[in-house]
Design a protein around this ligand. Structure first.
Ligand code: ATP
Ligand code: MG
Length: 226
């Protein structure tokens, strides 16, 4: 445990957050090591998506600290958080958030472009990532022409393409058949372990959780052993 804390890529301490006057977390603790893939399970409404939003700096905590690598979120103003998120974070949203007016390829290339990668390199990097999720042949399609499961795979490719330190994934296999779920989970886990990134994945799926190094359950405002 001591060793893991020394190499923590994500460190959450004493986190508190209330929504609508109801406390969701009080004193929540979490440490994820570099190269570690952690699954978070728990009943609907316990605050799993809110926890990811807090770690991504999309919402502010009421108390406590969140550090990703060397970066302590509470020290950053909103502009700095946006810049940090663009560089260091990959986020697979529960509702995908694929931009409808960009092609599949341009959606996946976007994080690279936002990090100032030249356009041709961004496109080839994005195409390689799309082939990793089995969608290379759909790269020119408009998102509106894709199924829910295909959009989910585009979202996963986009979350990994710029090689972020931390990947947050909210139900990334919720719309996938078992074969495609297994494929994207292997991709997620492989990317995270090979590059020494960290991944926190919210899931209701035992299949998805079984790929993780560690499973935690969000219950009564704390992350607990299953
Ligand atoms: N802006 C808000 N104002 C008030 N309450 C909110 C707000 N956003 C979320 N909540 C409530 O906070 C709780 C946690 O929501 P959250 O989306 O984090 O749950 P979850 O664990 O991700 O659930 P699910 O498994 O269904 O996705 C829910 O009860 C939700 O209704
Ligand atoms: Mg949720």
């Amino acid at each position: 445990m001591q060793e893991m804390e020394a190499a923590a890529m994500l460190q959450v301490q004493g986190l508190a957050k209330s929504l609508g006057g109801r406390p969701l977390f009080a004193g929540l603790e979490l440490s994820v090591a570099a190269g570690e893939f952690v699954a978070v399970m728990g009943e609907s409404g316990t605050g799993k998506s809110t926890l990811l939003n807090l770690i991504a700096g999309l919402e502010r905590a009421d108390a406590g600290s969140i550090a990703v690598g060397e970066c302590a979120l509470a020290d950053l103003d909103d502009r700095s958080i946006t810049l940090w998120r663009r560089r260091a974070l990959g986020f697979v949203f529960q509702a995908f958030h694929i931009l409808p007016h960009l092609s599949v390829l341009d959606n996946v290339a976007l994080p690279c472009r936002l990090n100032a990668m030249p356009a041709s390199e961004a496109r080839s990097t994005a195409l390689a990532m799309l082939s990793g999720v089995g969608l290379a042949e759909r790269s020119a399609s408009a998102p509106g022409e894709l199924s829910g499961g295909e959009l989910q795979r585009v979202a996963i490719a986009r979350a990994l393409v710029h090689r972020p330190q931390l990947v947050l994934a909210d139900e990334p296999t919720g719309n996938l058949d078992p074969d495609n779920a297994a494929r994207v989970l292997q991709l997620l886990a492989g990317e995270v372990r090979r590059r020494g990134a960290a991944c926190l994945m919210v899931t209701h799926s035992q299949q998805a959780a079984s790929v993780a190094d560690r499973v935690l359950v969000l219950r009564e405002g704390r992350l607990q052993a299953p």
